[in-house]
Design a protein around this ligand. Structure first.
Ligand code: ADP
Ligand code: MG
Length: 239
């Protein structure tokens, strides 16, 4: 079996000449299907840059990135679009929901581009919304939701195509601690019960403890790659 994600000596530079920034400076690791991995590090350490590369949103300057056993360069643009739409789900710190658009329509959006038959949409939308506990807010628009509810809607949107892997970039960064806990418990549930691989970016250690493993980044390098000794035990407080 090959890993779902394999980074091989990734280097990413921005700019040129004297203005050059080395955001990633030789990063290698593997993530298997079903893993829950946190990437931790201070601001500017290269976390988002790394997530953009492994999520096919950007390309490394040097090194190799393999997804599902195949090198990024060997995928056609069509295959890349297909993987991004169907095998990967994305969650961001700022939620990135469409304004003046209901919960149900926000969650529906990825299906519109998926090629999945319309007959199957309602069930998928309802399942995804139910998993995140938002079934009582179907017709609400983002401006009528709390931060935690917005992020749970964004999780439902990331889920609706049943992706192999969910990438979450600081998903609790704009939430109070109780809402943050609820979002992390939802991600924990998706990993334990539904088998989604999760790659979580955070700079908070109490958020990282939901993962099985933490990759610590510093100045674009892996400083430490450790197993979490006291992972969250899966006893949900809020469901
Ligand atoms: P983190 O997510 O850990 O805060 P980033 O990956 O966003 O870190 O950034 C890593 C480094 O790369 C920082 O020094 C940042 O200023 C720089 N950087 C990120 N994106 C760009 C860009 N588009 N152009 C130039 N420099 C960038
Ligand atoms: Mg970042």
């Amino acid at each position: 079996m090959f890993p779902l994600i394999k980074a091989e000596n990734l280097i990413k530079r921005y700019g040129e000449g004297t203005a050059i920034t080395t955001a990633l400076d030789g990063v290698s690791f593997e993530i298997n299907q079903g893993d829950f991995v946190a990437i931790m590090g201070p601001s500017g350490s290269g976390k988002s840059t790394l997530l953009h590369i492994i999520g096919f949103l950007d390309k490394e300057t040097e090194g190799n990135y393999y997804f599902d056993g195949k090198k990024f360069d060997d995928y056609s643009p069509k295959e890349i679009a297909n993987i991004r739409g169907k095998k990967m789900g994305f969650i961001f710190q700022m939620f990135n929901l469409l304004p003046r658009t209901s919960v149900i329509d926000n969650v529906k959006l990825p299906l519109v581009y998926s090629g999945i038959k319309e007959d199957a949409w309602d069930e998928r939308i309802n399942n995804a919304i139910k998993i995140v506990g938002m079934s009582h807010r179907l017709e609400f628009e983002p401006s009528q939701l709390s931060g935690g509810e917005k992020q749970r809607t964004a999780i439902a949107r990331a889920l609706v195509n049943n992706p192999q892997v969910i990438f979450a970039d600081e998903p609790t960064g704009n939430l109070d601690s109780k809402s943050g806990q609820q979002v992390m418990e939802t991600l924990d549930y998706l990993n334990r019960e539904k088998g989604h691989t999760i790659v979580l970016i955070t700079h908070e250690s109490n958020t990282a403890k939901y993962a099985e493993r933490i990759i610590h980044l510093k100045d674009g390098k892996i400083e430490k790659d450790e197993k979490v000794s006291q992972r969250f035990n899966g006893e949900y407080d809020l469901k």
